[in-house]
Ligand binder design. Structure first.
Ligand SMILES: [Zn+2]
Ligand SMILES: [Zn+2]
Length: 123
């Protein structure tokens, strides 16, 4: 009997891929390595820019040094400060420049601009 690869959520909320040989892969790590075109080093981890652990779009994944990453997340857990507020007033992650909502708006704008330039180039 052939096992199908499956995807499930681990206890930390990350998506895990189990392949047909029952090996486990963190999907965000696979994708980030694909984006960087290299393997992550021992002291490197994947950071989700909008802090949504299941949002594995390449644009949401960033490589961080393990100790720096931990520090940033600890600050997130710490007291709320102005630094943690986005310019729109929503709470944002310490490590991100804006809240998930503003980030999505900005990203859409960038993608529209890119598309616009592309269309412009075709004229
Ligand atoms: Zn992170
Ligand atoms: Zn915002």
């Amino acid at each position: 009997m052939v096992c199908k690869p499956i995807i499930f959520k681990d206890k930390d909320g990350y998506l895990i891929l189990k392949d047909t040989n029952r090996r486990l892969f963190k999907i965000h790590k696979l994708l980030l390595e694909f984006k960087l075109k290299r393997e992550l080093e021992e002291n490197e981890v994947t950071h989700h820019l909008n802090e949504d652990k299941q949002d594995n779009r390449l644009s949401n994944l960033e490589v961080k040094k393990r100790n720096q990453h931990q520090r940033e997340h600890q600050l997130v857990k710490g007291k709320l400060s102005d630094k943690k507020k986005c310019k729109c007033g929503r709470i944002k992650g310490y490590a991100s420049k804006m809240c998930a909502k503003c980030y999505a708006i900005k990203r859409d704008k960038i993608e529209r601009d890119k598309l616009g330039r592309f269309k412009g180039g075709l004229k």
